[in-house]
Ligand binder design. Structure first.
Ligand code: NAI
Ligand code: 0TF
Length: 259
């Protein structure tokens, strides 16, 4: 799995400002508004304890400080523990943290110690990017394409099915595709179908996953994927609205979902 780099997390506030402006223009709500409607929650007096984790590839520069920025941006009080790992966990709980944020190379979780809700970044990210795609004000139908049915894409597809959308999906991993067809009832999609979409959730770690025949002009592509799956020249030619950001939107979804 490709991990975030300190460079991905540079200028996070500017990246957020740009995505939020696009989200507001295409859906009518900003990230905060979408999270409030999606989860029916609002940040209150909860304290966020952010614990750096050294296992695997170790601590990522700018990661903990980015989480602190996000917590504060959404009106929550946050602290980064002085120590990492178990000592940091002890420190956060002793200092009265209500919600713990921590990540190793495989799992990134928000755990509310008061109401016991826990969520993974994969699920929260899939759900919010799917929600954003599904709120496209200029959508031509209720058909929506999900590209990639891994941890993030599957959660997004499940959310869209639950919301009553006609979900089409593709993944070269046949097992993942069959599982989604069987469990969620989605429609398998292949390029040869020549069907085009005005709403797309892209959730792969690969570039160039979107080709010309898949999208309508002036469509919305909502993607947490790093790098971006939409080739810039296609984005320009089809005047695509693109929502893509490396951390804030997914973490906002994590926080609102456990509050
Ligand atoms: P994953 O590895 O579990 O799933 C990716 C899926 O994409 C796989 O099933 C793979 O077969 C499929 N895929 C690859 N190429 C494809 C193509 N051309 N067409 C269709 N499907 C294709 O990855 P995961 O955890 O679901 O993450 C997806 C992406 O989202 C990664 O780039 C990850 O770094 C990123 N991510 C971003 C977050 C954010 O906040 N922006 C949060 C979490 C993940
Ligand atoms: O890089 C990742 C995920 C993040 C998804 C959010 N976009 N792709 N996970 C590794 C996080 C490791 C954090 C590290 N252990 C630390 O600094 O605590």
């Amino acid at each position: 799995m490709a991990l975030l780099t300190p460079r991905d997390l540079e200028n996070l506030s500017l990246q957020l400002e740009e995505s939020d402006a696009t989200i507001k223009r295409v859906t009518g709500l900003d990230v905060r508004g979408i999270c409030e409607e999606l989860y029916g929650t609002r940040p209150g007096a909860q304290k966020i304890g952010i614990i750096p984790i050294t296992s695997g590839e170790g601590v990522i520069g700018n990661f903990a400080s980015s989480l602190l920025f996000i917590a504060q941006y959404f009106g929550l009080e946050g602290t980064i523990t002085e120590h990492p790992d178990i000592t940091g966990y002890y420190e956060a709980v002793s200092q009265g943290a209500d919600i713990i944020l921590m990540a190793d190379d495989h799992m990134f979780v928000a755990h509310n110690l008061r109401n016991r809700k826990i969520v993974s970044n994969h699920v929260a990210t899939g759900v919010i990017y799917a929600e954003i795609a599904s709120r496209f004000r200029e959508a031509s139908s209720k058909d929506i394409l999900v590209i990639g049915l891994g941890k993030v894409g599957y959660a997004g597809a499940a959310h869209l099915v639950k919301k009553g959308f006609n979900v089409y999906a593709c993944d070269p991993n046949r097992e993942f595709l069959d599982k989604a067809v069987k469990e969620l009832g989605i429609n398998p999609y292949c390029r040869e179908d020549r069907k085009r979409f005005s709403m797309v959730l892209e959730a792969t770690p690969n570039p160039d996953t979107i080709s010309e025949g898949m999208i309508e002009e002036r469509c919305l592509v909502s993607t947490p994927g790093i790098p971006c799956g939409l080739p810039p020249e296609i984005g320009k030619k089809y005047r695509v609205d693109l929502v893509m950001e490396p951390l804030v939107i997914g973490v906002a979804s994590m926080l609102y979902s456990v509050i």
